[in-house]
Design a binder for this molecule. Structure first.
Ligand code: ADP
Ligand code: TRP
Length: 342
């Protein structure tokens, strides 16, 4: 009997900074879990990062760093596909074709573009488009192409990216309406792992851990610095002997994402009973984190070496992704009436 064909999940990661514990818990770990259920594809959206990163050295570094992070975290390149967006020229050809079936009004309503205009309005700028580049404006079309060219069924994203996946569905719908007799794009759906309760990690100031708040604990810090940052997680002034509410503690919230169920249950009991100070809890969190992260950190640094297998793995991923992209682009070209042989 033939196996049922599984659905495809596509994860795109923008290389704009060093990954932190929040990214690991809210994005990396859940996306890697999906390999059990879906045919999984991961890519590094380096051309999307270009809308904000203008330092070529930094873009190069973050691009390798994202790939190394996901591999260190357990991405298995023999069971999944991982590639760099910029290695797939078909994406940029389809970008033009899909731009031509995308309503400009749709782009005018995109959250990121609207937020940039609102910021200009708030600061009294006369030109509401001041400082906004066409990359930011076209960003949702490029993202739609990333999704559609891989024939993705589901796209795991944070809440802020759901609109973009809806736009991809919308753009696919416009194309299908015009050309659906020849070729139909799959209509993708967003899934939001972070919406599963308790996956939003607090940062060093108690707010959501985020690069934009500068309150993160980077995933692959050297051990001594990891210990130092764990010590900086805010706590209240409840004395050591007093009972404590685990659920209002940022330290406990982070511990919950990394410790085993037995350790979590036991720590919860001990906190509620009193006699455990925040300092002791922080030591425990450091030990748990360090134990989980150390093997990943070692693998990450090995992959970041200039002659590691990282670049060969990316080249192999690109080849497999291109085969897929070429198949779709060929159908699209034929559907729209561009018949150049290639
Ligand atoms: P940042 O807020 O640091 O810029 P991004 O917006 O690049 O992070 O987020 C990348 C992914 O990591 C998204 O899927 C997002 O939902 C997830 N993520 C980011 N911060 C957290 C957090 N504090 N807790 C859980 N998930 C997070
Ligand atoms: N826009 C996404 C982000 O900022 C990154 C991204 C680009 C992406 N293309 C994608 C995510 C395609 C999923 C699918 O995080």
């Amino acid at each position: 009997m033939s196996q049922p064909v599984s659905e495809t999940s596509l994860t795109g990661i923008k290389p704009t900074g060093e990954p932190h514990l929040g990214n690991f818990v809210g994005a990396i770990r859940p996306a890697l879990e999906l390999t059990k259920q879906y045919e999984s594809i991961y890519f590094i959206a380096d051309y999307h990062a270009l809308t904000t990163i203008r330092d070529p050295k930094l873009l190069r570094h973050y691009t390798r760093s994202v790939a190394a992070t996901w591999l260190a975290a357990g991405l298995d390149p023999s069971r999944t596909v991982m590639y760099r967006q910029s290695d797939i020229p078909e994406i940029f050809e389809l970008h033009w074709a899909l731009s031509c079936v995308t309503a400009k009004g749709l782009m005018n309503r995109a959250h990121a573009y609207k937020a940039a205009r609102d910021k200009n309005a708030a600061t009294g700028r006369e030109d509401l488009d001041a400082g906004i580049n066409m990359g930011l404006y076209n960003y949702p079309v490029l993202m739609a192409v990333d999704i559609l060219i891989m024939e993705s069924d589901v796209v795991p994203v944070g809440k802020d990216q759901v609109q973009h996946v809806e736009y991809a569905a919308d753009i696919a719908g416009s194309f299908n309406h015009l050309y659906g007799d020849s070729y139909e794009f799959k209509i993708p759906k967003a899934i939001v792992p972070e919406a599963d309760t308790g996956r939003t990690l607090p940062g060093l100031d108690g707010r959501k851990m985020s690069k934009s708040y500068d309150n993160t604990i980077p995933l692959f810090l050297p051990e001594a610095q990891l210990r130092k940052l764990v010590r900086r997680i805010p706590t209240d002034s409840t004395p050591v002997e007093a009972p404590k509410d685990p659920d209002s503690s940022a330290v406990f919230q982070i511990l919950q994402q990394f410790a085993t169920q037995d350790v979590i249950t036991d720590t919860r009991k001990r906190l509620m009973a009193g006699g455990v100070g925040w300092g002791e809890l922080k030591n425990q969190l450091f030990e748990v984190l360090n134990q989980e992260i150390t093997p990943l950190r070692e693998r990450y640094h090995a992959l970041m070496e200039p002659d590691s297998e990282l670049d060969a793995l990316l080249a192999e991923g690109a080849q497999r992704a291109r085969e897929r992209a070429q198949r779709v682009l060929r159908s699209v070209r034929s559907a729209i009436g561009i018949d150049t042989e290639r």
